[in-house]
Design a protein around this ligand. Structure first.
Ligand SMILES: [Zn+2]
Length: 381
């Protein structure tokens, strides 16, 4: 068996289950808790590589589904791999494409071997198997690859949850065998994370976790949440799902979420997050601040010469007023999306940096409370 990516827990909170840790990848150390900006097609929308360097994320996420369709594995290799494509030299994690196949692909046929589907781009036929998805991510040269999983919608048909999870477990085992073969063959030193599924059923999530924990994955993710369930259901599922995962490996909550969801999950012991919220919201003019959300197009900001968030250290807040940003947004200037994206990403990244600092200082509970109560105040005038 090949060595796992080194992971060490630096500090554990005494009151909550929050922890500060570091994961060593071929392209650098990921200090957690950490939020990963999403670069679906190989670029974080609106953000150049040098701006990403300035924002300083610990790790960036890209989507296997999108990158297999375009530019494709062969072309990615010719273009020098995923770090070269993204213009980013730090750690990169790719999701497996399982979630996208189930949510985006036009037609899909699932069997034990994998899934055959039609591209949402041009209708062309493609197939994913647990092995081919590992191969694609290894060929991209990612630091962390994810296993192909069987994703269910919410609410899931209760009878389908058990068989779906059994398939996820069998696929994870096949993915691990392929990843070990690829590591032993040389040329790739990344890690492979498994994905716990089971909808909102604790017994099935437990069964899934126990099986996955018996195999030597580099990390463990919680999948199948943030798929439309109410916040209380999400938080409750996080409460019972996180402790099921091995404590000595990184834990990654996929696709979550709002600042309050992140603060909650950190308290439960989650190390890694990704979500399209900061980037997607920027494109619709929704801004996250320490005092809650700002809808930039609102007329109330028209004559406001203060920054989005007076306490923010981002390049947008250093130079632009809310009034200017509103003017760019309603004038449909491309700059507006870039400026709002930089601010939103900075906010999410600094929220998690602050969480890490608070855990290191033994004051996470206090930090969480302060962040949440400030956000409830609202952005004011
Ligand atoms: Zn800012």
């Amino acid at each position: 068996m090949t060595a796992l990516l080194p992971f060490s827990i630096t500090r554990e909170d005494r009151v909550t289950s929050a922890r500060a840790a570091s994961l060593t990848t071929p392209h650098g150390v990921v200090e957690t808790p950490a939020f990963m900006p999403v670069g679906t097609c190989g670029t974080v929308k609106g953000v150049a590589g040098w701006e990403l360097d300035r924002l300083g994320p610990q790790m960036v996420l890209a989507n296997t589904y999108h990158l297999v369709l375009r530019p494709g594995v062969e072309r990615m290799i010719r273009l020098g791999g995923i770090h070269r494509l993204m213009g980013w030299g730090g750690p990169i994690l790719t999701d497996s494409g399982g979630y996208q196949v189930f949510s985006l692909a036009a037609r899909r046929v699932l069997d034990e071997d994998g899934v055959v589907f039609q591209s949402h781009v041009d209708g062309s036929a493609h197939s994913f198997s647990p092995e081919s998805v590992v191969d694609a991510q290894v060929d991209f040269g990612v630091d962390v690859a994810m296993v192909l999983d069987d994703c269910l919608p919410f609410p899931a048909e209760p009878r389908s949850v058990g068989p779906s999870v059994d398939r996820t477990i069998r696929w994870a085992q096949r993915a691990l065998i392929r990843a070990e073969e690829r590591r032993e063959a040389g040329g790739w030193a990344g890690g492979l994370f498994a994905i716990q599924q089971g909808s909102v059923n604790p017994d099935i999530r437990r069964r899934c976790s126990d099986h996955l924990a018996s195999m030597a994955f580099d990390g463990y993710a919680i999948g199948g949440l943030a798929v439309g369930e109410p916040t209380e259901v999400l938080h409750e599922a996080v409460d019972f799902s996180v402790p099921m995962l091995p404590a000595q490996r990184p834990r990654y909550l996929m696709g979550v979420g709002y600042p309050e969801d992140l603060l909650h999950a950190v308290a439960c012991g989650v190390d890694l997050f990704d979500c399209v919220l900061p980037t997607r919201s920027a494109r619709t003019g929704k801004v996250f601040t320490s005092r809650g959300e700002v809808v930039i197009k609102n007329a109330r900001w028209a004559d406001d010469d203060s920054p989005l968030d007076p306490g923010c250290g981002c390049p947008t807040c250093a130079r632009y007023s809310k009034g200017a940003l509103r003017h760019f947004f309603i004038s449909k200037e491309a700059t507006s999306v870039v400026l709002l994206t930089l601010h939103n990403l900075y906010y999410f990244l600094s929220l998690m940096r602050g969480a890490r600092e608070a855990i290191m200082a033994g004051r996470y509970g206090e930090y969480r409370e302060r962040m949440q109560s400030n956000r409830e105040l609202g952005p004011g005038e």
